[in-house]
Design a protein around this ligand. Structure first.
Ligand code: AMP
Length: 489
């Protein structure tokens, strides 16, 4: 099926239900949303051929919903671009994807238009509004292997690549979410606090399929107080939040509104200590997903119920294999490893990308042997919980021993005077590499050394501490380890 089908079904079942909200204001019903998407599809088809890539460059806005489904209804491919990227990085993505058109918010269009050759359609302008005068199109074709979404990776390990996600992949992702993580209904809401171009946007089909509201914060981004207020105003709320956003919710000192039912976190490490604090403040509302753009949102997961009375090992894991995917941990020769053995995490299933756009070399490497090689290291326990160690290139090898930065970071963060911590390896003539910790907080070296000595093996302790005001992060909130390594010279 074409993923547009989820909107078609919702509009048939719940035509008069509110579909899209800006803050607390309803923008359209499900039948209006379908109608607008089909009109936009007709208008698009006049200028772009089926299969064309059409980019979106906007902070979170209500228009993104009609455009997303309109592009699918026109048999085209969406290329969502993170609005926090530099305009030059956006132009790179427009060029790499060969986008035939781009829809942008006025704010982004202003900085993008001097640099981009691609025609820009700006939300709210007469030209944009005229598109909805077209007669509604009859809808898309139903080829499940057609490309639906080019997901540009966050590029923490190099240049951003476009993971090709088909309608089949998005359908598998949607079903797995509904099967494993959350079960919204037509009296539920999805609050788009994280960027709709990535984390939050991938959940749209699951919640639309059940007729749930799509709520866009009036600020167009994440503000912890605004988010909590919105959760009081809409029924049965769910949201995807990056771990740093969860931290900011906790920092408000507020308790969870009754209507906040599910917070899905993932996309980066959630340290056990932070998770426990979040659960103490907000209750058992948290569910974890582990995935990557190449297997969107779906490799393993830890549902809400599994967080309740879980031990630290389970809370520190990324849960177990998701519905419809096979996950293995393999050794350097590709053979599967047993429980407790650390190797590369690989997975396969309908949800996995069909390759990288225009990049056969990277595709062959990532999909070697029919499995997606995630580049993440981990191990399963006896009960099928997967614990992520680190990305393979982040492991520190000191004096011949492997040290997993995440383990050291977890322990550093247990100290009350450490707010953020990031551990990297630095070249060293004697040890090969030494462990270096970048720390945000007020604790000093002596205190941290003593703290670590009580908790982990001596050889894992940082040989150097660097106290910093903050950690460099990319526009997705991920810590840029390569930048920290560069600071070490
Ligand atoms: P991206 O493709 O930009 O979403 O990045 C995916 C990467 O983020 C994965 O390969 C992991 O290294 C990391 N990641 C995703 N989910 C989690 C999680 N739940 N815990 C820790 N790291 C995660």
């Amino acid at each position: 099926m074409n993923i547009f089908g989820v909107l078609d079904n919702a509009a048939t079942r719940f035509p008069d239900h509110g579909a899209v909200y800006l803050g607390t204001e309803q923008q359209c019903t499900f039948s209006e949303l379908r109608d607008r998407a089909l009109r936009l599809a007709s208008s698009l088809r006049r200028s772009v051929a089926p299969g064309s890539r059409v980019a979106l460059a906007s902070e979170n806005r209500p228009e993104l919903l009609e455009v997303l489904f309109g592009i699918w209804a026109a048999d085209c491919v969406v290329v969502p671009i993170n609005f926090k990227l530099h305009p030059r990085e956006m132009v790179d993505i427009l060029g790499d994807s060969g986008a035939a058109a781009v829809f942008a918010s006025p704010k982004i269009a202003e900085s993008l238009s001097p640099l981009a050759n691609t025609p820009i359609d700006v939300f709210g302008t007469p030209a944009y509004l005229d598109r909805f005068d077209a007669e509604p199109s009859s809808g898309p074709s139903a080829d499940p292997s057609a490309l639906a979404w080019l997901f540009y990776t966050s590029g923490t390990t190099g240049k951003s690549k476009g993971a090709m996600l088909s309608h089949r992949s998005l359908t598998a992702m949607t079903l797995a979410h509904l099967a494993d993580i959350d079960s919204p209904d037509h009296n539920s809401s999805l609050i788009h606090a994280a960027p709709m171009s990535h984390g939050s946007g991938l959940y749209i089909p699951a919640y639309v399929s059940r007729g749930a509201r799509q709520v866009i914060p009036a600020s167009g981004m994440f503000d912890a107080d605004e988010f909590l207020n919105l959760c009081s105003a809409h029924p049965r709320c769910a949201a995807f939040l990056a771990p740093t956003m969860v931290q900011r919710l906790v920092d408000t000192g507020r308790s969870a509104p009754d209507n906040l039912r599910t917070v899905v976190y993932g996309g980066g490490p959630m340290y056990v200590d932070s998770l426990k604090k979040a659960m103490a403040a907000f209750g058992p509302i948290f569910a974890q997903i582990y995935g990557q753009g190449e297997s969107p949102m779906t490799i393993t997961g830890l549902p809400r119920a599994d967080h309740v009375s879980a031990d630290d090992a389970v809370l520190g894991s990324v849960g177990y294999t998701r519905s419809g995917v096979e996950v293995e941990v393999v050794g350097p020769d590709g053979s599967p490893l047993g429980p407790g053995e650390i190797g590369e995490i690989v997975c396969r299933g309908d949800v996995v990308m069909s390759g990288y756009w225009n990049n056969p070399t990277a595709t062959a490497e990532a999909l070697a042997g029919g499995w997606l090689h995630t580049g993440d290291l981990g191990s399963f326990d006896n009960r099928g919980h997967l614990t992520l160690r680190d990305r393979s290139k982040d492991v520190v090898i000191s004096g011949g021993s492997n040290i997993y930065p995440r383990e050291v970071e977890e322990v550093l963060l247990e100290h009350p005077d450490v707010r953020e911590a990031c551990v990297v390896g630095a070249p060293d003539p004697e040890w090969g590499e030494i462990v270096v910790a970048f720390v945000v907080g007020t604790a000093d070296k002596g205190v941290l050394d003593a703290h670590l000595l009580e908790r982990i093996a001596r050889f894992k302790r940082p040989k150097r501490y660097l106290f910093v005001d903050d950690l460099p992060k990319n526009s997705y909130g991920k810590v840029l380890k390569r930048e920290l390594r560069a600071r070490l010279g």
